[in-house]
Design a protein around this ligand. Structure first.
Ligand SMILES: Nc1nc2c(ncn2[C@@H]2O[C@H](COP(=O)(O)OP(=O)(O)OP(=O)(O)O)[C@@H](O)[C@H]2O)c(=O)[nH]1
Length: 352
């Protein structure tokens, strides 16, 4: 079932861009979310900040429920197996690519993994705002890496002027196409951009995180992280037309980074609801039988940066089926079925 699949996020970026800093930020602000981390070595991970509960082989279990292991690419599948065991109870896995790794290779390996318990969670590319120009000159492959990213974090915003930051953002935006671009200082992006946070039962809303306590409130000059994206929730009781839904998804607007939820396709498949998971360019449907007695609703959450919420609502409303004369024909499911996983070997990173 979709709800049990663990998103695997690939975190890449040039040497020193701030990947480990961002990872540490995620670990510190994890709260109830159990994060599995794969790194090349433990070196810079802020393990001491979190009481190491135990170490087995090259896996370290952190006091806050996170698990960490040091791997090289050839061990990836082996460690995915370890991290996705039910007893690990992880909510998300983050793989930090070494600064010199080809992110596309890692993405391909995640997509090709035989592990049924994972789903690709996107490629996050970290860019050093201060070094961006020089890095591009020295390493032309930077551009290629940006073109395949799903989310680009323009980090070290504190090291450049507002004008420089917007110039870097503009260049990155041009290269990264449909990817969402956010800026950050010290890797402090909102974790919700990367995965669904689990709020612990005993946590009071608005409570300060360990991060807030350690580092103080967010830096005013670089905007509150929530300003970086918007969330649009939609519920429809009329089934969606698969063909129009696919037209919407195939042309989903720039900046729409994640889509999750369930779709009711009505007569096109009366037995199943379709769980949908999209991150960046990646899109996947998971048909699963409607739970007995459950009301048949389409429930979607769309997360993006600079998206037009009213426009999205309108476009999705236009996907609703309009009575019997609009009933989907027998071919209308083809578009949807293209994104239903048939086998574990037919995956490619650039799928849209
Ligand atoms: N001023 C400033 N320094 C930062 C920021 N983010 C990271 N740094 C510093 O930049 C240096 C490199 O950061 P890391 O997080 O280790 O970068 P990395 O991408 O993991 O580096 P490699 O593992 O070598 O590829 C460290 O000294 C960080 O403290 C930031 O936003 N602003």
């Amino acid at each position: 079932m979709t709800t049990q699949q663990i998103p695997v996020v690939v975190l890449a970026g040039f040497l020193g861009a701030g990947k480990t800093t961002l990872l540490n930020h995620l670990l510190r602000s994890a709260r109830g979310t159990r994060i599995g981390v794969m790194v090349n070595d433990f070196g810079d991970i802020g393990i001491d900040a979190m009481t190491v509960a135990g170490q087995v082989g090259s896996t370290v279990s952190l006091g806050n429920g996170c698990l960490c292991c040091a791997v090289d690419a050839s061990e990836l599948d082996e460690y995915l197996e370890v991290l996705t065991r039910p007893e690990s109870r992880l909510d998300v896995i983050v793989i930090e690519a070494s600064g010199l790794a080809e992110p596309q290779e890692l993405v391909r390996m995640v997509l090709a993994s035989e592990n049924e318990r994972i789903v690709y969670g996107g490629l996050v590319q970290v860019v050093d705002a201060a070094e961006f120009r020089a890095t591009r000159e020295r390493h032309p492959e930077t551009d290629r890496h940006l073109t395949i990213a799903d989310l680009v974090v323009v980090n070290k915003a504190d090291r450049v002027s507002a004008a420089e930051l917007s110039a870097v953002r503009e260049t990155v935006g041009g290269l990264a196409g449909k990817a969402v671009v956010v800026d950050a200082s010290h890797g402090r992006v909102d974790p919700e951009l990367l995965f669904d946070r689990v709020v612990p039962e005993d946590e009071i809303e608005g409570q300060m995180s360990i991060e807030d306590i350690l580092y103080g409130p967010e830096d005013e000059a670089h905007a509150h992280p929530h300003a970086a994206y918007e969330t649009v929730s939609l519920t429809a009781s009329t089934p969606l037309h698969p063909r129009r839904l696919m037209a919407f998804l195939d042309a989903r607007p720039e900046g729409l980074y994640r889509i999750k939820g369930f779709v009711d396709l009505g007569a096109a498949d009366p037995v199943n609801r379709y769980a949908v998971h999209a991150v960046g360019r990646f899109l996947r449907f998971y048909p699963e039988p409607w739970p007995a007695g459950e009301e048949r609703l389409t429930q979607l959450v769309l997360i993006g940066s600079g998206v037009d919420a009213a426009g999205l609502r309108k476009e999705l409303a236009a996907c609703e089926q309009n009575g019997p004369q609009d009933a989907p024909d027998e071919h209308s499911m083809w578009g949807v079925l293209r994104y239903v996983r048939q086998s574990r070997t037919d995956e490619e990173p650039d799928e849209s």
